[in-house]
Structure formats: C-alpha cells, structure tokens
Design a protein around this ligand. Structure first.
Ligand code: NAP
Ligand code: MG
Length: 511
C-alpha cells in the first residue's frame, strides 16, 4: 500500500474520487490486513510535501470553497506562512452536511459493521505509513516538539482508529439492546492543541458506530486534518462519510452547530465557546458532548518518590507547551517536602530547552499563536502584580517566533486568577498543604474538573483521593497518560459526556 500512496500522491488527477464502493476492494483488504497488531507499519517514503493551497474535503473530493477565499496558516516557530487553506462558510457547511446525510442514508448506513471496521482499520494503517510526514507537518503547523508529534500524537491517532475498528462489529454485544443505532450526521469541532489526535479521537468512534461526519479543525492548525482527508480518500471510504471543512469558528463553526440536519455536536475547545454552543442547540434535540478547559491539580505527598514526582510535574505542565486541557497546571506540595521539591523543580527547569520544534532535543516548542502568547503573558503580568513570587528559567530563547520560558509561581492565594483560570501555557502555580482534607478542598476549588495527579507511596491514599477529587481522570504516580480504551471528560465547567472507550461509542448511539 505504501507504494500505491506514493504513486497516487504524485498526480492530482488520480486523487479524484471513485464511485461509492459498497465494500472494501479485495486486493486492498489483503494489503491492509497483512499484520493485525498495532506495531509501527513499514513507513512509506512519503515526504512532508506541502502544497501551495488546500481545499475543503467534501463528498470524497477536494473542492474550492463557495467564497473562493483562502486564509494563511503560519509556522508559529518562524512566523512565516506555510500555505493557504480554503475559507469555508455556511454554504459549504450545507453542502457538506447534505453529502454526509446522503452517505449515511445510502451506502454507509447499509454497510455491514464488519465492512465498516475494515475501512477504519485501513485508515489506522495508513496513518502509520505516513507517520513521518504527519509528525513533521503537525510540528510545522502547530509548534509542538517533533518528539511529541512523533511519539505521542501520531501513534495515538493511529491507535484510536485501531481500537474503534475493533468495536464496529461488537456493538450489539456491548450495549443493552441488541441493535444500537447510529445518530446520523455528527458535526465535530476541534481545538488547535492536538490537531490530528483530536480528529482521530472524534472521527474513529463516529465511524465505528455508523455515523457520517462533518469535521471542522481549528484555523491555526488545519493541515494534518487535511492530510487525514487525503488518507481517507486513499482508503476509499465512500464519498460523504467524512467531510473536512476549514474556516472560521464563529461563522462556519456556528453554522455547523446550527444546521438543522446535524444530529450530534461533539465539541472540544474553550469553556466560553462551549457555553455558546450549549445555548445555541438548546431545544433542538441534537446530542451534545463538550470537552472543555481544565486546571489540573498535581499533588505531591511527603511519602512520594520525589525525583519521579518532579519528572511527572515537569511533564504534566510543560508537555505541548502547556497547551493541554488536562495539564497539571497547579502543583500542591505537602509542607514538609516543599523546600526539597522546589529546589528540584528549579534545577530541572534550568535544563529545559526552548526552541526549534523540529529539533529532536527541544523540550518546549512554539506557542501556537501570537494571540495565545499574549494571553499567557497577560497571566504572567497578573501574577507579578498580585505579588506572587516568579521563578523563570533563564534559557536561551529563539530570536523569532512565539516562545515562552518555563515559568513557576509561588506565594499565591487560592483566589488568585492564576490559580482559578486556565492559562494554557508553560506556567505552573505552586501551593503547599498540610492535610489530605486541606488539599482535597483546594484541588476541588476551581470552576473546572478535568484531571488530577496524586504522588504517594500509599495505595490507600490513592484510593481515598480518587474518590474525593472531582476530576474526570486521576492519575497515580504518573501524569498525561492517554489510551483509547479510557473514557475521557470532565466535571463542572470542563464539560460533559465522555470520549474514548465504550462510553465514547455510546455518545454516538441510540441505545
Ligand atoms: P476555542 O477558541 O474554543 O476553539 C475551538 C474550536 O471552536 C475552533 O475550531 C474554533 O474555530 C471553534 N469555534 C470558535 N468559536 C466558535 C463558535 N461560536 N461556534 C462554533 N465553533 C467555534 O478553543 P481553542 O483555543 O482552539 O482550544 C483551547 C481550549 O480547548 C482550551 O480551553 C482547552 O482546555 C480546550 N481543550 C479541551 C480538551 C478536552 O478534551 N477537554 C482538549 C483540548 C483542548 P477557530 O478555528 O476559528 O478558532
Ligand atoms: Mg499554523
């Protein structure tokens, strides 16, 4: 298959859609199923070639937007333009939803689950085959370190397709009635922090459950979703089953939310926009899942293995520049070990390298946009004004691009805006505590409830904390571990509904 992809990519004509195929072609099934494990696929030689322009993917074809307009996508590490992407509008949404509806009512809706599964599996294999290309483009467009794109985003995206491929023909065993039904057309809206991974995380369960999809990636990071569209086209998924449209959130995204023929909205993004969407679809009978912001508490007890804990804290806040909804952005340290932990943290942040995201040695890449860098800077200034103590690394900084030093704040009040609000950058607040009850009270005292981490040698303490921390996920002696089998989602203003695992499938079914 690797060869076939490389060949097809060279000619624009061969990218033209084929007629809706009711079932996977025999010869390609053989190639797709040459191994059945999740190990890396043999990589193709596909290079990270970027075209001068990218169009919308509707009904199996790449098409110009109705307005004919394009927006620039830039590399946040250089501030230079990468390419142009089609600017969709409400008319494009309507065309995409019609294509999705037709596919759902037609070939896709009638296809046996076992056949659906083969397409999903094939997409997973093709992501593996194009892993290098996808990693490079993810890093160029979004600014995250290449090590992360290569070792986390892309393999995990493939795993979401693998995992959900396995579910497609087993739904009737797992859900209460014998024949759970898809919802129809799902509108999916993505944030910019894990562009390909979020696309996989949303598309794979929707396909496994038999729905058709219209997906909108974030404007600053549309490229890997469009590369996924190429893969979907190569995989011969029937036209219209997945449509990927690019454009502005407040206009085109809103048009998708409001489209009367969409049955479900799956949104990942900020709490503010989540609330706008919640209001917009009230009373429409559309199903909704919201994956929103967070303010994760990472808690170090005095019996923890401190070196391991410090590594976990560093990973918890600086992974992906802190652009992580479940980032461990608040650290709580038990008083007796506070001086030692603080010293270890200071020593560790001094070693972190901020710089070129394409360099394999880089720990912290570029902030995704100028706007996000300004937001982070605003919070750093608030912290200084509030009289908090700031500890910034003194690492060398690139001359160009959007970068931020790893930053720690101590001496903060629980009511501080830095403790209460999501910063979404490489900024960690540090507070102390004496008792379990005190830290539970403080950890739960924000509007969010997405993630938490507990560092302790005592199993009983882990179990006590997991029942009392109001967070969708509580990690013990680790942090930021993701797996397609686990449901993921929040309490309170972090949203509702779960994605991933069996619960994530239920969100796309009438059971
Ligand atoms: P955002 O500003 O809310 O944008 C998210 C997406 O919604 C983008 O595609 C955006 O389009 C679109 N959008 C904006 N306004 C809209 C509207 N009125 N109607 C429909 N769509 C609209 O969030 P972000 O800045 O991209 O992402 C960061 C946020 O996402 C953080 O708060 C983070 O915590 C959260 N997040 C949560 C999870 C989770 O699983 N809980 C995971 C990742 C991120 P544009 O392209 O025009 O911006
Ligand atoms: Mg970009």
């Amino acid at each position: 298959m690797a060869k076939a992809i490389a060949k097809k990519n060279t000619t624009a004509k061969s990218a033209a859609p084929k007629k809706a195929a009711p079932a996977v072609k025999k010869n390609t099934i053989k190639l797709s199923f040459d191994t059945l494990h999740y190990a890396p696929a043999p990589e193709s030689k596909s290079s990270a070639k970027i075209d001068a322009q990218y169009n919308l993917f509707i009904n199996g074809k790449f098409v110009k937007s109705q307005s004919g307009q394009y927006y620039d996508t830039i590399n946040p590490a250089t501030e230079e333009k990468i390419t142009s992407v089609a600017e969709g509008n409400a008319k494009d949404v309507d065309i995409a939803v019609k294509a999705a509806r037709k596919a759902y009512e037609g070939v896709w809706g009638k296809m046996p689950a076992k056949e659906r599964s083969k397409y999903i599996y094939r997409i997973a294999r093709m992501i593996q085959e194009r892993a290098r290309e996808l990693s490079i483009i993810e890093t160029l467009d979004g600014g995250k370190p290449i090590r992360e794109s290569r070792d986390v985003d892309v393999p995990l995206a493939a795993n979401h397709f693998f995992y959900n491929a396995g579910w497609a023909d087993k739904l009737s065993y797992a859900f209460p009635n014998k024949n759970p039904q898809p919802l129809g057309v799902a509108g999916q809206i993505l944030p910019w922090n894990f562009p390909l991974l979020m696309a996989a995380w949303k598309i794979a369960p929707a396909l496994a459950t038999g729905n058709a999809v219209v997906l909108k990636p974030a404007k600053t990071t549309s490229l890997t979703a469009l590369k996924l569209a190429e893969i979907i086209q190569e995989a011969d998924l029937p036209p219209g089953v997945v449509n990927i449209i690019t454009g502005n959130g407040s206009s085109m995204g809103m048009a998708l939310v409001n489209h009367p023929d969409v049955n479900k909205i799956a949104f990942t993004g900020s709490t503010d926009v989540g609330k706008v969407i919640q209001k917009a679809i009230a009373g429409t009978n559309k199903k909704l899942t919201l994956e929103l912001g967070g303010k994760g508490a990472n808690i170090i007890f005095d019996d923890a293995a401190l070196d391991q804990a410090v590594e976990g804290i560093i990973n918890g806040i600086f992974f992906n520049q802190g652009h992580v909804c479940c980032a461990g952005s608040r650290l709580f340290v038990q008083e007796s070990v506070y001086p030692e932990v603080l010293r270890k943290l200071k020593d560790r942040i001094a070693t972190l390298i901020v710089g070129d995201p394409l360099d394999k040695n880089t720990d912290i890449g570029a902030i995704n946009s100028k706007q996000q860098l300004d937001t982070i800077q605003k919070y750093i200034n608030i912290g200084k004004k509030e009289g908090a103590e700031i500890i910034e690394s003194t690492c060398a900084m690139p001359k160009k691009g959007f970068f931020c030093r790893p930053t720690l704040f101590t001496n903060l009040a629980q009511s501080s805006r830095l403790v209460q609000e999501e910063i979404f950058g490489p900024v960690l607040t540090i507070q102390t505590f004496r008792t379990d009850d005190e830290v539970i009270e403080k950890a739960n005292n924000t509007p969010f409830g997405l993630s938490a981490g507990v560092w302790t040698d005592k199993g009983s303490k882990v179990f006590n904390m997991t029942t009392k921390l109001r967070a969708g996920v509580v990690w013990a002696n680790t942090f930021n571990k993701f797996d397609p089998t686990s449901p993921f989602g929040g309490y309170k203003e972090s949203g509702f509904g779960r994605e991933g695992g069996m619960h994530g499938l239920a969100a796309y079914l009438r059971v």
